[in-house]
Design a protein around this ligand. Structure first.
Ligand code: UDP
Ligand code: MG
Length: 331
């Protein structure tokens, strides 16, 4: 700790935790063991307790009492994974910051490789999953399809098969924190900021213990955020499909006119009329829904509520708990 040669770099590690009593101890020890092999690196472990209702909080308190490098940030309720990541980044003091899941699906040892890249000048070293262990085929398949869809329709390329496991340098972190939006799809936002980014391939392991905190409903919500925050294509679909429907209608009109004026047969109307009615009605409702999604997001932004509320901070330099949340920078 007291080596005097080159100044140690400070690495901040952000670990979002939601009901992770079964894993936090183990992740703490795996990380400490892995980081002890990194030369010239001091680190702080920022556990963000995202309103856990199990014993996560108690365990984190104990870890903090035993190790001053542990910092604990507790939310007043569950604000979601992306908010927990954001809060961790906001409280990180490091020259480089790593985001890693609590469940050891992202092996802490890979951070060594990320640090290596960082020393070579890479500003964002993001983990790319070459394999996913112990996850249901449905999850693997939907995740794969989702990353490809988002990449396809978003205005900026978002790396495929990449979660939030990544190392960012100070400049990149500050750039990210300058983005005040509420619907935070962190991996997309990191792609948006630019700088020098490189992929670090790794094998995503099975969860060490416990179950996923991303049930289907949360996954869907997360996927919607990813798509709607990074693409206007769903809005444009309205014009395209509207145009298509109008073109179809025109063909129908011409056909009916043709039959009426030039032949003896009259187009029998009911069925066609009814189908057209249903079609147009359905399309209109669908797009009202899509407009509503964007509108709801604008409403959310306009309210300017804080992104999360901190109940307690522990172990951060120059505070001893109960300090008010620092509030978002630049607001
Ligand atoms: N998480 C969180 N808040 C939530 C849901 C999840 O902080 O509302 C954390 C969770 O504790 C874990 C990480 O986010 O450290 C990823 O969640 P999980 O492993 O359950 O998702 P999966 O890997 O199954 O996609
Ligand atoms: Mg996981």
């Amino acid at each position: 700790m007291t080596d005097t040669s080159p100044p140690a770099t400070l690495l901040s590690v952000v670990i979002p935790c939601y009901n992770e009593e079964a894993v936090v101890r183990e992740s703490y020890s795996r990380m400490v063991a892995a980081f002890s092999t990194f030369d010239g690196v001091e680190y702080e472990l920022i556990f963000v307790d995202d309103g856990s209702r199990d014993d996560t909080g108690t365990i984190l308190h104990a870890l903090q009492a035993a190790d001053p490098r542990v910092r604990v940030l507790s939310f007043s309720r569950n604000f979601g994974h992306q908010m927990a990541v954001t809060a961790g980044l906001e409280h990180a003091a490091g020259d480089a910051v790593v985001i890693i899941d609590a469940d050891l699906q992202d092996p802490p040892e890979v951070i060594g490789e990320m640090l290596e890249r960082w020393r070579q000048g890479v500003q964002v070293a993001y983990g790319r999953r070459t394999e996913r262990q112990g996850e249901a085929p449905f999850k693997r398949w939907t995740a794969k399809a989702f990353y490809r869809l988002v990449n396809r329709i978003s205005d900026i390329p978002i790396p495929l098969d990449t979660g939030d496991f990544r190392l960012m340098d100070r400049q990149a972190v500050d750039a990210l924190l300058a983005m005040p939006e509420r619907d935070r799809f962190v991996r997309g936002m990191v792609a948006w900021i630019g700088f020098r980014q490189e992929a670090v391939p790794y094998r995503r392991e099975a969860r060490f213990a416990g179950t996923t905190k991303y049930p289907l409903f949360k996954m869907l919500r997360f996927a919607t955020d990813g798509i709607l925050s990074f693409s206007l294509v769903p809005l444009r679909l309205a014009s395209w499909i509207g145009f298509l429907a109008a073109a179809l209608a025109l063909v129908g009109i011409l056909y009916a006119l043709f039959m009426r004026l030039l032949t003896e047969v009259w187009v029998p109307g009911w069925t066609l009329l009814f189908i057209a009615l249903l079609f147009i009605g359905g399309v209109q409702l669908l797009f009202l829904g899509i407009f509503g999604e964007y509108l709801g997001r604008i409403y959310g932004e306009v309210k300017r509520r804080p992104l999360y509320l901190v109940k307690e901070r522990l172990g951060f330099p120059q505070d001893d708990g109960e300090a008010p949340p620092p509030g978002r920078r630049g607001r």
